[in-house]
Design a protein around this ligand. Sequence first.
Ligand code: F6R
Length: 366
Amino acid sequence: EKGGFDHFMLKEIFEQPTTIFDCLRGRLDASAGTIRMSGVDDNLDMLTNARRIIMVACGTSWHAGLVAEYVFEELCRIPVEVEYASEFRYRNPVIQTGDVIIAISQSGETADTLVAIDKAKEQGAFIFGVVNVVGSSIARVSHAGAHTHAGPEIGVASTKAFTAQLAVLYMIALKLGYAKGTIGMERYTHLINELHMVPEKVATVLESSSRIKELAEKYKDSTDFLYLGRGFNFPVALEGALKLKEISYIHAEGYPAAEMKHGPIALVEETLPVVFVATKDAYHEKLVSNAQEIKARRGKVVAVITEDDPVFTEIADDTMSVPAADELIAPMLGVIPLQLLAYYIGLAKGLDVDKPRNLAKSVTVE
Ligand code: F6R
């Protein structure tokens, strides 16, 4: 049942070219330049006229919501908030007509997310579910939705569900942006093509797994890690840190790279690996100088880079490369080496990567 892999987590990481393809299939047609999603098409007025979109989720799904915040604001020019479901449900949030809630959940059973959307629904919000498990509670409570079609996720750490959530959220943002006219035909078509190429590019990243296994051996005894990224890659830094904590029990923190100076830089010393999510985008030069600041303090720089990046290769102690992609789409690629790094470090430490201590696959109690 693990398909020849040692663990479900590894199997699910390696399934991603297929699961992302399955998620796009029947929806995104690159040759026609179209995206069809009935949950969006049937509610297009409601969605394009949204005053505000609120992403509600927990954990890794919350990180997908955070990527989506950057993407929706960029493509659709709709203000977006991203809420931890547990905070949102308890604080008497202001909900107004015209608010659209996007609930993101792999299991569709996370108690906090479910109660949060129930309450928002009572107050008149429109609920759109991005859920993996068909027929789950969150899917049933939502007014409309789009399933992620990633198949059953057994490993406790979420991997393939995350990239499928991103694929769905990108497609929704593209549809709304194009319908609203906040992006033109050219950018719409370009990003459709970029999404279409993701499964193949993810497969390329997976080919470098043995290199990442070596890095895992090298860094497995570190007691702390810092993960840094900016812009679309900031949430990827958070997700990389979460994966490492869950699977290897190593303390890890994710930060927006520029926040480093406001505190975390005090942690930097020779024994601290700092993982930069540094694929080529508008922030690249800024990340280069952030990495130089780490090196100047003798920290170790490990970087996820776009292949053929001589500048970062020169600064970094170690690199993991991914194929070039549009900066909006890059999080789907950049997260893959970080999933693998967490897996191989957990493995090198002899831990139960599929069932990390204290964690449950779906959190149905608050
Ligand atoms: C992280 C992880 C958790 C879940 C979170 C939400 O690897 O698995 O953080 O992402 O519990 O679960 P869902 O998406 O089922 O609502």
